[in-house]
Design a protein around this ligand. Structure first.
Ligand SMILES: *Cc1c(COP(=O)(O)O)cnc(C)c1O
Length: 367
């Protein structure tokens, strides 16, 4: 085929992203009506009602291009985060901000350090540019900062720190992060992904934004998780003005859609919804911990809205069997963990249904 000769070599190395299975697909393929999805760390309460209303009202103006500068959203974020609007870049999801970082800063020959396992977008953005991905596996699941710092070379361009880490749910505390930042030479960008920031209640949890004065630290956040707006695709980065200016150079002029910008402003205002979501998550976490323990399964204590647990059988088989019961979870084999499952914390009823299905699946596989 002629395209085989035309394709960039870098593209051949990219593993396509495996998204959580959509509910509609499972309904279609397996003919099950009642399907629940606990696979993509979405907010089980849905979006803020105020965000939905704002979005609905904005629909009639959708013939107009969005504000390319995200003026209102940046203003609202700046006030909420106590930073300047010039320190914020908004993206079509946090995923786009990651890609903008790669496009603006990475080049072939650069090395980019990530934990193993961690969020897959870092690998994708790195490989897209043709930079070299350096995966650092620790003795335990989660970030091994000692090993990651030791992996820095003269070629290192960036390090991704996912805190809490997806898929492990593990957290790095302030002391650990600051000791790490002190060790990392000035020629290395440090990208702190805090997609689950709002879920962490631990006082030792560091706020990445506090380190922006350092000049090479960019903190990533999103409206997709606790704010419940994953479908609108709005995420952002907070960092030094100079860094943000460079990201703005590579960004497309209208990268964040009009309705999403307005819905995000409304969602930010509705902190009651955030508080309620956090509460449901804390209670659901305890419920799932108890349920998993009762089934004799071990899990990693989670600082986010999902739990990674070990399965006595191949995770793929458990995942498939769960699907047939109408429960979509994430088989962690895609993260290099063939005997782990990642489950998003749902509502009380969803968690109950998940635990019942899991108990049945484990029984069936055993027989
Ligand atoms: C979900 C997630 C994101 C993606 O955020 P979007 O704003 O939806 O692109 C980023 N980082 C991590 C670690 C995530 O789990």
């Amino acid at each position: 085929m002629v395209v085989d000769q035309l394709i960039r070599q870098e593209i051949l190395g990219i593993t396509p992203y495996v998204p959580g299975k959509p509910i509609e697909e499972v309904q279609r393929e397996l003919g099950i009506e009642q399907v629940i999805k606990l696979a993509s760390n979405e907010n089980p309460l849905g979006p803020s009602a105020q965000a939905v209303q704002t979005a609905a009202e904005a629909l009639s103006e959708v013939h107009l291009y969005p504000d390319g500068n995200c003026y209102l959203l940046k203003k609202a974020l700046a006030s909420h985060l106590e930073v300047e609007p010039e320190e914020i870049i908004v993206g079509n999801g946090c995923d786009e901000v990651i890609k903008l970082v790669a496009e603006a800063f990475f080049q072939p020959g650069d090395e980019v350090i990530v934990a193993d396992p961690t969020f897959g977008e870092y690998a994708y953005a790195t490989q897209l540019i043709g930079a070299r991905l350096v995966k650092v596996k620790g003795a335990t699941l989660g970030h091994d900062l000692e090993k990651m710092a030791a992996a820095v070379t003269a070629q290192t361009k960036a390090i991704f720190i996912c805190n809490p880490n997806n898929p492990t749910g593990t957290m790095l505390n302030r002391v650990e992060l600051e000791a790490f930042l002190d060790r990392i030479p000035r020629h290395v960008l440090v990208l702190i992904d805090q997609a689950y920031f709002e879920y962490v209640a631990d006082p030792a949890y560091p706020n990445g934004i506090d380190y922006r004065g350092d000049g090479r630290v960019l903190t990533l956040r999103t409206f997709s998780k606790i704010y419940g707006l994953a479908g609108f695709r709005v995420g952002y980065g907070v960092g030094d003005r100079a860094l943000i200016t460079y990201l703005n150079r590579v960004r497309e002029p209208f990268n964040v859609n009009r309705i999403g910008q307005l819905a995000a402003v409304a969602a930010l205002r509705d902190q009651e919804h955030v508080a309620r979501s956090l509460e449901v998550n804390q209670r659901g976490k305890e419920q799932l911990y108890q349920g998993l323990t009762a089934l004799g399964l071990t899990y990693l204590p989670s600082y986010a809205n999902f739990i990674l647990f070990a399965t006595p059988y191949p995770a793929r088989a458990v995942f498939q069997a769960m699907l047939r019961k109408g429960v979509i979870v994430r088989s962690a084999d895609i993260f290099g963990l063939p005997r782990h499952i990642r489950v998003t914390i749902g509502t009380e009823q969803e968690n109950e249904r998940f635990l019942t299905a899991l108990a049945a699946v484990l029984r069936e596989i055993k027989e």
